[in-house]
Ligand binder design. Structure first.
Ligand code: ARG
Length: 439
């Protein structure tokens, strides 16, 4: 495969250098975007009279043909090509001869790759946002089913106050809504077209960046040509948003793993989202949740990689930037897969309301309600807290539960207790009284 830049050289690169240089195995997947950008560029060259309109039309037709062939798998991507830009141009030149060589006027691979990535991200972010939406729908459906399923609410992984399962599931959904918002914000900020920046300083040819930006559906062309080829904020921002999203999935999965343990027994994953053991016949492990938790570490690595690649690069384009694609693709692919698995796992998870309810009876989680009852009777909260704490200590010592204490027991902790306390301290009543249900 010939290099686009070989004219300056009298011999080719060393074998190891060629291997280091070649990026087709990674950027080959950008062929759709590369062709889409080239179609817009060729059209603009024709409209501006930089090449004859008829030539532009032939280039566009051949690019469209190649796109169809690649889509149908009729043409393989040459693994020996230096990169996807080289591959597309080589095919054009082999088919159209001289004409193929006209395409690259007023363009560099530096603005071309920045374009390809933005086009790819535009679609990929839309897919992630849709997957997030589907996951939220799955969680909200389960939440509706479990609007009355009492369970312990935890802080410090200690029983804190009783809640219902829907509140937890809707908390998860709220986190995912913010993730979708962050990705949509990133997509909005990258809505500028870098074509026209050339290698770094534009071109003396009478190109029209507004024309290509419009043809490709961007809000505007990039204003500063150096920024256009140096900027990888759109990569870092997307991976950062995905890293936060993965941290959310990982936390939720941690809860799922705990819930599926024998000790909790709150849930059981469906067979479709669990695995067994090669040695222990009885095992049914929540591997889906564990793998998602593990993949989170990998995505954090992607974020560290892009930030580290970016940190010392002199303006404008340097070849280090080629290293942006592996972490980007990896983060997007990993998050897409994890979202699909997570929503399937949650959709099919069997919950055990009786175990949750039983656990909710333990741990004096109505102690706060006991204190608040006294606040309702006019006590300062600090005094009410102290009286309720005495009741808790009494219960610990005598093996009783707060809700079963008699009025005379309670009066021993504070004279403010009255007959209306009876029946108000069951876990269900405590949850009902609180305004914790999301709208
Ligand atoms: N493969 C390169 C990248 O991903 C494309 C740009 C190459 N530019 C260059 N001057 N070598 O960044």
């Amino acid at each position: 495969m010939a290099f686009l830049w070989e004219g300056r050289f009298s011999s080719g690169p060393a074998e190891s250098m060629e291997e280091l240089d070649r990026s087709i195995a990674v950027d080959g997947r950008l062929w759709r975007e590369d062709i889409e950008g080239s179609i817009a560029h060729a059209g603009m060259l024709g409209r501006r009279g930089i090449i004859p309109e008829a030539d532009a039309a032939r280039l566009v037709a051949e690019l469209q043909k190649l796109s169809g062939e690649l889509e149908r798998g009729e043409v393989p991507i040459d693994p020996k090509a230096e990169d996807i830009h080289t591959f597309v141009e080589a095919v054009l030149t082999s088919r159209l001869g001289e004409l193929g060589k006209r395409l690259h006027a007023g363009r560099s691979r530096n603005d071309q790759i920045a374009l390809d990535e933005r086009l790819w991200l535009r679609k990929s972010i839309a897919v992630l946002v849709r997957l997030l939406e589907e996951t939220r729908v799955a969680l909200e459906k389960r939440a509706v089913e479990h609007a009355d399923t009492l369970m312990p609410g935890y802080t410090h992984l200690q029983h804190a106050q009783p809640v219902t399962l829907d509140t937890v599931l809707l908390a998860w959904s709220a986190m995912l809504a913010r993730d979708a918002g962050r990705l949509a914000d990133a997509a909005k900020r990258m809505d500028t077209c870098p074509l026209g920046a050339g290698a770094l300083a534009g071109t003396g040819l009478p190109i029209d960046p507004a024309d290509t930006a419009r043809a490709l559906g961007f809000a505007r062309p990039v204003q500063n040509t150096i920024d256009a080829v140096a900027d990888r904020d759109y990569v870092a921002e997307t991976i950062a948003a995905i890293a936060i999203l993965m941290s959310h999935l990982s936390r939720m999965c941690e809860d799922v793993v705990l819930w599926c343990s024998s000790e909790f027994g709150f849930a059981e994953p469906s067979e479709g989202y669990s695995t067994g053991s090669s040695m222990m016949p009885q095992k049914k492990n929540p591997d889906a949740a564990e793998l998602i938790r593990g993949k989170t570490g990998r995505v954090y690595g992607d974020l560290a990689a892009i930030l580290t690649v970016m940190k010392g690069i002199p303006f404008s384009y340097d070849r280090d930037l080629q290293e942006d694609k592996e972490p980007l693709f990896d983060a997007v692919d990993t998050a897409s897969l994890c979202l699909r698995v997570f929503s399937g796992m949650m959709e099919t998870m069997a919950f055990r309301p009786e175990r949750m309810r039983a656990a909710a009876e333990d741990g004096f989680m109505n102690a706060t309600d006991l204190a608040e009852y006294l606040v309702g009777k006019g006590l300062p909260f600090r005094d009410a807290h102290a009286a309720a704490a005495k009741a808790v200590r009494h219960c610990i010592e005598t093996g009783k539960r707060i809700e079963y204490l008699t009025l005379s027991d309670l009066k021993g902790f504070s004279p403010a207790f009255e007959a209306d306390v009876v029946g108000t301290l069951s876990m269900a009543e405590c949850v009902r009284r609180r305004k914790i249900k999301p709208e």
